[in-house]
Design a protein around this ligand. Structure first.
Ligand SMILES: [Zn+2]
Ligand SMILES: [Zn+2]
Length: 247
């Protein structure tokens, strides 16, 4: 489906939902708040308010507030900062599965609004990234699913933060088997050569790029994309990761 048709479908479905149904919590059916399909209680329960690693968003004990996790301290990483809205727990994983596979867009939109809050908490205005890039789906997967959930998230974040979003800069050029059940090393191998920059895209002036994805598990997908974006020795370019949940 072309990007424009996908966007029109998304906007129409948002508008129709808003007309027919006032905001109602997707988890407990109470009245939604701030125009979101989440009530105040569920927003507080889902949000990742605990301390977590600023590099990879791994939840850490409260005593480690502001510190990086052991892995980020000891290994070189291409990722500058990761912001996750939620832990990947029961309520959240259900909403994300619905958002990704069953067109349940209200849950995705509500979690994206929590992510927007988390981003605003983390950054001062001048240090925000200057470009948003959604993690792309392979064209075959996109045809099958009809939409890329990361692009829907990126559009909402772009609107909320006033940062441009480019849907076609990154391409998934190789279909890869699902990552579930693979070790970190196997995941890295599985993803080698899976992404490329669109040869028509000139993004050399962007210095801070935020990659948008639904769930981050081992960082292998975003690290592989960072490798593509920092090719040609452009390692001064900062790569940030913004996701709904950190598994
Ligand atoms: Zn609720
Ligand atoms: Zn970390």
């Amino acid at each position: 489906m072309s990007t424009r048709i996908e966007e029109t479908v998304y906007r129409c479905s948002n508008f129709i939902q808003f007309l027919l149904l006032p905001p109602t919590c997707v988890l407990c059916q109470q009245r939604g708040q701030r125009g979101l399909d989440l009530c105040v209680n569920c927003q507080q329960l889902l949000a990742l308010t605990d301390s977590c690693c600023p590099g990879c968003a791994l939840p850490l004990p409260a005593a480690a507030f502001g510190l990086q996790c052991g892995r980020c301290q000891t290994r070189s990483t291409r990722i500058h900062t990761t912001v996750a809205a939620c832990r990947y727990e029961a309520g959240v994983s259900g909403l994300i599965t619905g958002f990704k596979y069953h067109r349940q867009l209200a849950g995705g939109r509500a979690l994206t609004a929590l992510l927007l809050d988390a981003i605003r908490d983390r950054y001062g205005q001048p240090s925000l990234p200057d470009l948003l890039l959604p993690v792309p789906l392979h064209p075959a997967r996109l045809r099958q699913r009809g939409y890329n959930q990361a692009l829907l998230m990126a559009r909402d974040l772009s609107k909320g933060l006033g940062i441009p979003c480019e849907a076609d800069a990154l391409q998934r050029v190789r279909a890869t088997p699902p990552q579930q059940g693979l070790s970190a090393k196997e995941r890295r191998r599985n993803l080698r050569g899976a992404f490329a920059l669109n040869p028509k895209w000139d993004g050399s002036h962007y210095r801070r790029i935020a990659l948008i994805d639904d769930v981050v598990t081992t960082m292998s997908t975003v690290s592989e994309i960072a490798r593509v974006l920092q090719r040609d020795g452009d390692t001064a370019r900062e790569i940030h990761v913004w996701c709904l949940a950190r598994a």
